[in-house]
Design a protein. Sequence first.
Length: 415
Amino acid sequence: MPLTITNARILTLAQPGPAEARRRAAMRDLGVIERGHVRIDEGEIVAVGAGDPQGASEGEVIDAGGSVLMPAFVDCHTHCCWAGDRFDEFEMSLAGASYLKILKSGGGIMSTVRSVRAAGEEDLLNLLLRRLAAMAALGTGTVEIKSGYGLNPEAELKMLRTIHAATRQTTQTVVGTFLGAHAIDPDNPNYIEQTINETLPAVAAEFPDITVDAFCEQGAWSLEDTRRLFENARDMGCPLRVHTDQFNSLGMTRLAVEMGAVSVDHLEAITPKDLEHLARSKTIGVILPAAGFHLDGRYAPARSLIDAGGAVAIATNYNPGSAPTPSMPFIVALACRKLRLSPAEAITAATYNAACVLGLQYSVGSIEVGKRADLQLLDSSDERELAFEFATPGPLVVIVNGEVVHMRAVGREEN
Ligand code: NIG
């Protein structure tokens, strides 16, 4: 059924120019229509304009009452397909154990690997669908989900098939990424060679053109092994992304830029020289402030990266170890406080620029005719409130692919 939203402050995020991640001042231009309407039909935006719509509106009408209507979030970096929990390790970390120390002792990512290997596909899918529903209620229309808790051909394929199965059971857009290079499996002396020579080809055969990711870090993948994996992946036509400079700078950011990676993710420990190099490239920096909030209070220098002309996106990193949050509104609030982004920059980083990371900027991330109708109506007439408040229940209304997937009851008085 067609749907029209009227009387809204619309952040279109539409801008002339190439469909590339926005930088510098363009990040602060939200393409605002002060009071306007959006028409949706068959999942697509068919009209966007100032004032009231022309003629009678067919179908359902939502009067926004002056509230902000903006694109649904694009969460471009998550690990939200997992089983088990790491609550014991949370208590260890509260008592002072570091993330890398827990990983080195066979816990951390490896602990979730054991749980995921033991889980049945149906259980894994149900856990994932519950998390996707929580993310939708918080305004997220598109979710990237990494494998990386399997670490052998069977279990990695099991994760990617589960992620693919989720696409049929949610209206959200779900994008799978192969992260077979996520930790070093201490029980498999052949793990690195197996990942490069067996797991990667098996995954690329079943999921052609899938993006390949790696965790390049002390105690995880070395620079040289990541390079070998990426060379093979690139030869298979797979785009590259990498977890780099999270705790230590190993030279991966520069190598990723040279290899034409779509994004470099984390960057808490990036050097000033690498930051300059990255800012001059097409590679997008994906900043994940929930990890600093949850683990150790370290944050990436996102302000410097934007000021140097770099392209920046932000994401939840939703996972059971370093970032246990489904909430993009919380990430926007953190990005303003801890990364020193302005509210407008954080909104662009969480929508349009995040869509660019996934190559989806032609279908999501802005409110424009012909795009998928993924929208959210905030409980405010000023988008700065999204950044100012934190730990909120999220938007009033969330529309994904033209369907209202979430509507929050509010105690407004009827006259
Ligand atoms: O991006 N650092 C590597 N991967 C995730 C954490 C995954 C986990 O701890 O389970 C991250 O922070």
